[in-house]
Design a protein around this ligand. Sequence first.
Ligand code: NAG
Length: 329
Amino acid sequence: MLFFALLVKVTWILAADGGHHWTYEGPHGQDHWPTSYPECGGDAQSPINIQTDSVIFDPDLPAVQPHGYDQPGTEPLDLHNNGHTVQLSLPSTLHLGGLPRKYTAAQLHLHWGQKGSQEGSEHQINSEATVAEACSVAALLLQTHASAAPLAYTPPQVGETENQAYGHILSHLHEIRHKDQITSVPPFNVRELLPQQLEQFFRYNGSLTTPPCYQSVVWTVFHRRAQISVEQLEKLQGTLFSTEEEPLAPLIQNYRIPQPLNQRTIFASFVQAGPLYTTGEMLGLGVGILAGCLCLLLAVYFIAQKIRKKRLGNRKSVAFTSARATTEA
Ligand SMILES: *[C@@H]1O[C@H](CO)[C@@H](O)[C@H](O)[C@H]1NC(C)=O
């Protein structure tokens, strides 16, 4: 299975990287990222395992609308082996609607496992990983913080049929086998890299999945998965190196393991088979709790009233006594 995440990245997110060497395994591996990049140790990190029986249905989540993705333009697109992944730069004329803000497309990259592995995706659904994940990042530039809106989706199976859209990327991998190599890809319909149906997705607040792991990220993980062929998967798993020269190290297993969800809520734009709480049900629960609190308040009020009456009665009698005393005096 293949998870697809769409990630658009902005050059200055890269610039903010700080330049510390990091890898997925070994002495600079993911367990050690927080040493050089403290935000990687934060409590709202990505990826996550999406447990579908605890997501909350939000009927008001609008579908993601890619604008300009189907108009490839005339400029070739850069495809870059950056030593961590293969990354397709997207023109800034592309943007994403249906999100809290308007995000400009930046890049699309992939995560995958080692040869023959059935794992490789970053996000998991019900603890199930897929062979790869595509991630396209769209970003919003603010003065000091970039916030990003990556899209991810999860292709279900490695099949017989080639995925033509991914073919546009995979057929150029042999030109960028070594780290820091860049090639040009003729413009193509980038919309085809996204799932056909954009209505069904999970939404949560998380982070970039690589250092510096900034937590200003709104994730959209699509429920639908794309399919790639066995040959395409093997090409992805077996072509690239994470180093510039000898000793050549294969660029594989470039995925981060799921991070703790902590107190975060995952929303779903759709209802799945199985027990999902709708916002209506949550509202019902809320109303129930509110009603309970109200009863308690009323009870407290009545008891307080009773005590006050009693006290008032005492005070009255005190006042009366003193008044009488005054009169008597
Ligand atoms: C993400 O965080 C923002 C700010 O706290 C909040 O308004 C929004 O509802 C959160 N979105 C999700 C999907 O949890």
